[in-house]
Design a protein around this ligand. Structure first.
Ligand code: TMP
Length: 249
């Protein structure tokens, strides 16, 4: 079983992914030994993550070359803080990360019968590159199919957040990304996209208000997930968490 957490910036889904992962371990389920995240989760994916998420001054420091060429006397605009990446190039970077993660980690884990928890999956591409950037949804569906070899999430948990509140929350945590440089209208489209996707497939989606207290979100997630889990082997005893996840991979 594959369980994906989705949401806009600052929705708290990464925290909820870790908590859900911990609960599944404690309840004795066979769980892939760490929660996954996209982009990332493989050596290639983590490199791609740095490309799409680190400011280009940081990338320049890592690569030992200047990627910042402001006009003399001008200040960098918010969007120029990140490496220029076109909408199509961005799509392929996320798709490349996904293709590697599916073939290297997710498929083998599912084949072993493990439950896999993932922070973002195919619907992030539909919401951000489709509804947000305006790329054709059908085309994105094809790219997603190519990347996933048909692997789809069984359950999707959407933490729905007002973008103004979510971005403020992320800024407080000093966890900026290239998407925060987009105007608020971009994030409204992403949110609307997620809500539309959830309405198309309500059996598979749980939509929660990310503004609820964190413990309440945790409770509602478990209340919905628990009855949908596969039967545990009779011998399964509550297990200790195999590895305390310090960060998502
Ligand atoms: P995160 O920091 O929430 O883990 O996600 C990284 C950023 O990448 C986030 O702003 C959303 C974006 N993203 C896409 O635009 N498309 C995708 O397919 C994925 C997986 C992430």
């Amino acid at each position: 079983m594959l369980i994906a957490l989705e949401g806009g910036e600052g929705s708290g889904k990464s925290t909820q992914a870790k908590v859900l992962y911990g609960r599944l371990c404690q309840a004795g389920y066979s769980v892939h030994p760490r929660p996954l995240r996209e982009p990332g989760g493989t050596a290639l994916g983590e490199k791609l993550r740095t490309l799409v998420s680190l400011p280009r001054e940081v990338l320049a420091a890592v690569w030992g070359q200047s990627l910042v060429t402001p006009q003399p006397g001008s200040q960098l605009a918010a969007k120029e803080l990140w490496l220029p990446i076109s909408a199509a190039a961005e799509l392929f970077l996320f798709a490349a990360s996904r293709a590697q993660l599916v073939s290297e980690v997710i498929r083998p884990a599912l084949a072993r019968g493990s439950i896999v928890v993932i922070d973002r999956f195919v619907h992030s591409t539909l919401a951000y590159q489709g509804y947000g950037r305006g790329l054709d949804l059908e085309l994105l569906d094809h790219v997603n199919r190519l990347a996933t070899q048909g692997v789809a999430p069984d359950l999707v948990i959407l933490l729905d957040v007002d973008p103004v509140k979510g971005i403020a929350r992320k800024r407080r945590a000093q966890d900026m990304s290239r998407f925060e440089a987009e105007d608020i209208e971009f994030h409204r489209k992403v949110r609307q996209g997620y809500l539309e996707l959830s309405q198309r497939d309500p059996q598979r989606w749980l939509v929660l208000d990310a503004g609820l207290p964190r413990a309440e979100v945790t409770r509602l997630v478990w209340e919905w997930v628990a009855p949908r889990l596969p039967a545990r082997p009779a011998s399964a005893a509550p297990a200790s968490i195999p590895e305390k996840p310090k960060r998502l991979l």
